[in-house]
Write a protein that binds this ligand. Structure first.
Ligand SMILES: Cc1cc2nc3c(=O)[nH]c(=O)nc-3n(C[C@H](O)[C@H](O)[C@H](O)COP(=O)(O)OP(=O)(O)OC[C@H]3O[C@@H](n4cnc5c(N)ncnc54)[C@H](O)[C@@H]3O)c2cc1C
Length: 462
């Protein structure tokens, strides 16, 4: 057991912070979790996520998991980190389940892709269960307590400064306070003009303003991850639902407000194209908005409703001209775009299959191409969904190793751990259904490693 006076402070009450706090408390550590938001606002992205996890079943990941992570990271990923993630994922899910959360194998929108499991009730269910368990294990929660700076003696972490001016002594600290998507200035700095106005996929993540990243960098931590990388998705701006994605665009076309196509809508399964697509809408289109245009056959796709979380129906019209008028796009331009697209849809529409890349590509003359699901838009009523890009989380963060230790000049910074979005392990595109899993897995590792560090005597003589 650690000495009675040894204490751990965990920053952030999302997936990573809760897993760290509970895991350390279960090892007998005295844990305080500080959270910037008020209690009803806390939980960052974790309370909004459906929490799909890339696992073949609750007790295993696919054998290709690590390789897929390295491919998504375009060769820049840390193999030891992803190998540990693959190894510990089943035990972590079992541990979460032991705290009262049930998992199932969900349907995922329309297209297949990697196998996934999901907690029933999404991230919110895990958030509730782990909060309850952490309270029962003796973790003290302090809400409306924004962390602002680390106190260290040059060699190791010794405390935490809150924005209130208070300093909390700490023998070890776990940083788990998310990315910087909620900070307009940091967004602009790393993504360029316009990034300050990109909406958040989960409004609750507005507290994720890069505080932990700044604190760690000030303490000498190494930066890591793709600073120009973010996970974003296309959403319906009319909707009041949480994260109202509309993922039917691969099965029709997408136009800008002048009625022109700008993107290969069928370039891959939806989770392979949504980042580039939604970034293009926000950063490359003048009005930062586009329309997905489909026809009646969209509603004949089995389970098509699974592909939209907007409660607002599409704009609907009997003719293309009437549709164009209803959405404020020049009718002649839209009709010309659709005529060119339809003329290129020369494949057999009977081979259309929304669940996989079906190879139904438009003929070569079409620009931009349409690589799959190229079926003519001819059957009224015609449908239009407005789309804007929204950011879920950022990739740039701090360097950690497979023990969740924060690195300074490549070596562990004693007493400092980090997990979740705050850590920079994603490059290129976000690997689908991994962000929440890695937050839980490395949160738990951080809590256990911090407990082991404190048990071994913690800070020791300076
Ligand atoms: C709508 C949506 C759907 C998603 N779907 C999936 C999915 O299906 N699968 C998947 O893998 N990922 C998904 N994600 C991403 C995933 O939810 C997140 O990456 C993950 O939950 C992040 O966990 P975290 O603990 O790192 O951060 P968060 O859950 O964001 O928690 C961070 C916490 O830190 C607090 N905080 C911030 N600053 C401070 C400070 N200075 N002091 C104290 N506290 C602070 C915040 O208030 C917050 O409570 C989705 C995200 C969104 C928004």
């Amino acid at each position: 057991m650690p000495t009675k006076s040894a204490n751990l402070v965990v920053i952030g009450q999302g997936a990573a912070g809760l897993a760290a706090a509970l895991a350390a408390a279960e090892e007998g550590v005295d844990v305080t979790l500080v959270e910037k938001a008020a209690e009803d606002e806390a939980g960052g992205n974790t309370r909004w996520t459906p929490a799909y996890m890339r696992m073949a079943a609750v007790d295993r990941v696919e054998p290709s998991f690590v390789q897929e992570m390295l491919e998504a990271a375009e060769g820049r990923g840390n193999e030891a980190y992803f190998a540990r993630l693959a190894r510990e994922a089943p035990a972590t899910v079992k541990w979460i389940a032991a705290h009262g959360v049930e998992f199932h194998q969900p349907d995922y929108y329309l297209a297949k892709g990697p196998p996934r499991i999901q907690p029933i009730g999404g991230g919110a269910a895990i958030h509730r269960a782990l909060t309850r368990a952490a309270e029962a294990a003796g973790v003290s929660f302090r809400y409306a307590a924004p962390a602002q700076g680390l106190v260290h003696d040059g060699a190791r972490v010794t405390g935490l400064r809150l924005a209130t001016g208070e300093t909390m002594p700490a023998d070890a600290v776990v940083l788990a306070c998310g990315g910087f998507q909620g900070d307009p200035a940091m967004m602009r700095e790393h993504f360029g003009p316009g990034a300050e106005s990109i909406p958040l996929l989960a409004p609750r993540a507005r507290h994720n303003t890069g505080d932990g990243i700044r604190m760690a960098l000030e303490a000498g931590a190494d930066p890591a991850g793709e600073w120009n990388g973010m996970h974003s998705e296309p959403v319906d701006p009319r909707s009041r639902n949480s994260a109202p994605v509309v993922l039917l665009y691969p099965y029709g076309i997408v136009v800008d407000l002048s009625g022109r196509r700008f993107f290969d809508e069928g370039g891959g399964l939806v989770h392979e194209t949504w980042e580039t697509f939604s970034r293009h809408i926000h950063f490359a289109l003048k009005e930062r908005q586009a329309y997905a245009i489909l026809d009646r056959r969209a509603r004949e796709i089995p389970h098509w409703q699974r592909a939209t979380r907007s409660e607002v129906p599409p704009v609907e019209a009997a003719t293309l001209d009437a549709l164009a008028q209803a959405i404020g796009i020049d009718g002649a331009a839209l009709e010309a775009t659709i005529a060119a697209y339809n003329a290129a849809c020369t494949g057999d529409p009977a081979t259309f299959d929304a669940t996989r890349c079906d190879g139904l590509r438009a003929s070569g003359a079409l620009q931009p191409p349409k690589s799959n699901w190229a079926r003519a838009i001819v059957k009224p009523p015609f449908l239009a969904w407005p789309l804007i890009g929204a950011v879920a989380y950022t990739f740039g963060g701090i360097a950690t190793n497979e023990k969740a230790e924060v690195l300074r000049r490549g070596a562990p910074l004693p007493g400092l751990y980090a997990a979740g979005e705050i850590t920079g392990h994603f490059y290129g595109t976000a690997p689908n259904a991994v962000s929440v899993l890695r937050a839980f897995v490395f949160g738990r590792i951080a809590g256990r490693e911090a407990a082991a560090y404190l048990r071994a005597g913690g800070p020791g003589p300076g």
